[in-house]
Design a protein around this ligand. Structure first.
Ligand code: SAM
Length: 318
């Protein structure tokens, strides 16, 4: 292995990685904290981590240090040389993808770059020999073998997300089809205010909304710990939280697009009764509520996830 990696602050200075607000750049240099986040995403075993926004690579280093294989998606080309140094230090364990994570199918990245999980019970002799033959087809940057399906891959997303696109990314991942996806867990840093909106139930009325319904439908979400603004460079104005979302393998059946429509209509006018707010769907709101078995005088914040699923299914049936 090459000499130890240089300190992050030195790397940031060397490559001129001044934080850009437009890219939600708040970097972590505290090694104890990056190690703590990485531990929350472990254990790694045969799991590939997809990291969104590695930046200069603080969390990436911690993940690799703890034994993960990482596919890192970074939009800022200025960060690529710093990430290439890390890839050279951990040969074959870090794949760097330049681009906008919002435009990417992250499950497809796993199919392309994560190895299949070795499983002696499943792997036939024929497959084993094909696997060793395939060394010639390895990806030149990562050393990982591009492969075709994800049924025997294990993957997880771990990221200190860029705040300006964090909820858009999460919504995209949780609404993705098919479900469950290849990811067995999501360990993500958000602004605390957003984290509270993700884990809220109807009991926390002010925070309960579209995000909580979507995440509550397909995952079990919990806040792991808070992170003070002082931990970041530059410090954001607010406290952050690391959350964990564990996919529910069998969520109640419903079309995510219908769920998005009913929650948008209901929470768009959250102080109004549902018989009024759901009119914006352009349907007979009273009939929809009756079909879903919901009292039409209720307000959005009084309806639990199962209620919204019933409404979405009633909408789909129209
Ligand atoms: N992981 C690093 C850390 O913890 O120090 C940086 C985290 S910083 C909050 C967010 C990172 O996401 C930045 O490196 C930024 O350039 C990157 N980023 C912003 N928008 C992105 C996008 N749409 N796709 C991929 N990366 C993005």
């Amino acid at each position: 292995m090459a000499d130890a990696l240089p300190p992050l602050r030195e790397v940031v200075a060397r490559y001129g990685l001044d934080a850009k607000r437009s890219l939600g750049q708040n970097f972590l240099f505290d090694l104890n904290l990056t190690a703590r986040i990485a531990r929350a995403a472990g254990p790694f075993d045969d799991t590939t981590i997809v990291e969104i926004g590695p930046g200069p690579g603080g969390l990436t280093r911690a993940l690799l240090e703890q034994g993960a294989r990482v596919i890192a998606v970074e939009r800022d080309p200025r960060c690529l040389p710093a990430l290439a140094e890390i890839a050279a230090y951990y040969p074959g364990r870090l794949t760097i993808i330049e681009g906008d994570a919002l435009e990417m199918d992250v499950a497809a990245l796993v199919r392309s770059y994560a190895p299949v999980v070795p499983d002696a019970r499943e792997m036939s002799d024929r497959e084993s020999s094909a696997k060793s033959d395939s060394a010639v087809a390895m990806d030149s940057r990562s050393g990982l073998r591009p492969v075709g399906n994800d049924s025997r891959r294990s993957a997880r997303i771990c990221a200190n997300l860029p705040y300006n696109v964090a909820t858009a990314l999460l919504t995209k991942w949780i609404a993705a089809e098919p479900w469950p996806s290849v990811f067995d867990r999501y360990v993500l840093m958000f602004q605390r205010e957003v984290a509270l909106r993700i884990v809220a139930t109807p009991k926390e009325r002010a925070d309960y909304g579209r995000l909580a319904v979507l995440c509550g439908w397909r995952t079990k979400a919990r806040i792991l710990f808070d992170v003070s603004p002082a931990a970041f460079t530059p410090p954001p104005k607010v406290t952050s939280s690391v959350i964990e979302l564990t996919p529910n393998p069998k969520p109640l059946h419903c079309d995510p697009r219908a769920l998005a429509r009913v929650t948008q209509a209901a929470f768009g006018q959250r102080r109004k009764m549902l018989r009024q707010s759901l009119k914006s769907l352009g349907v007979d709101a009273s009939a929809l509520l009756a079909a879903a078995g919901i009292d039409e005088t209720k307000r959005a914040e009084e309806i639990d996830v199962a209620g919204f699923v019933a409404l979405a299914n009633a909408l789909s049936a129209q």
